[in-house]
Design a protein around this ligand. Structure first.
Ligand SMILES: Nc1nc2c(ncn2[C@@H]2O[C@H](COP(=O)(O)OP(=O)(O)O)[C@@H](O)[C@H]2O)c(=O)[nH]1
Ligand SMILES: [Mg+2]
Length: 209
């Protein structure tokens, strides 16, 4: 199937609540999840960058939709196939210090993006491997599916869970979302990079079909 190689990644557009979302033509993969779940850490790990996407221990800081342009190719035996794409970092939800009206505005913007982007090819929904999905997580899962997209679930911080607990936690995530065994859940750790190659393979599959 080949190997995804990222040459360069750069932050291209930052959208606030009142900005018009860009209409790019690169295939887009969006990243969703509650604040502090490890979204920036995953995006950095995929881009092979330490700090292009901000990571912080203070949740709720990212209140924008960030579009990263990724210059990449797929390396196959003898050939290189160009594979330009765009990562879309959606604002984290579930942060207690945000007012209800503000979080509703953001919810509207995320839902609007999911329903209107023509270039959106997949959504990676991040859930903490240690916890059952929250009501907000379930709502996000439902929004993504209502937009006609089957999300890929990335279960983050897998280094904090014993190997022997991995499959039990994965089952609990599927159950919490009301999904069956067909829902793909990939355990990921930003520390050990467990799961990264599998996520790269998913990206190649998504962009190639
Ligand atoms: N142990 C561990 N900590 C992580 C992992 N991913 C993120 N973190 C930590 O969790 C916190 C929030 O991460 P961040 O990527 O900023 O989350 P975001 O709010 O979803 O973008 C930071 O302190 C990270 O260092 C992981 O895979 N393992
Ligand atoms: Mg972040």
């Amino acid at each position: 199937m080949g190997q995804l190689v990222i040459r360069e990644a750069k932050l291209d557009t930052v959208c606030g609540i009142t900005s018009k979302l860009p209409e790019g033509d690169l295939p887009e993969i969006a990243f969703a999840g509650k604040s502090n779940v490890g979204k920036s850490s995953l995006i950095n790990a995929l881009m092979n960058r330490k700090d292009l996407a901000r990571t912080s221990s203070q949740p709720g800081k990212t209140r924008t939709v960030n579009f990263y342009k990724i210059n990449a190719f797929v390396k196959e035996e003898e050939e290189k196939r160009e594979c330009p794409l765009c990562f879309v970092d959606l604002p984290g939800y579930g942060y207690a210090k945000v007012s209800r009206s503000e979080s509703e505005k953001w919810g509207g913007m995320i839902e609007g993006y999911l329903n209107s982007s023509k270039a959106l090819r997949s959504v990676f929904l991040l859930l903490d491997l240690r916890h059952e999905p929250s009501a907000n997580d379930v709502q996000m899962y439902d929004w993504i599916r209502s937009a006609g997209i089957e999300p890929l679930i990335i279960a983050t911080k897998s280094d904090k869970v014993k190997r022997s607990q991995l499959s039990k936690q994965t089952v609990a995530i599927r159950k919490g979302l009301g999904a069956g065994a067909e829902l793909k859940v990939i355990p990921f750790s930003a520390l050990s990079k467990q799961g990264r190659d599998e996520i790269y393979r998913e990206i190649i599959r998504i962009v190639s079909t």
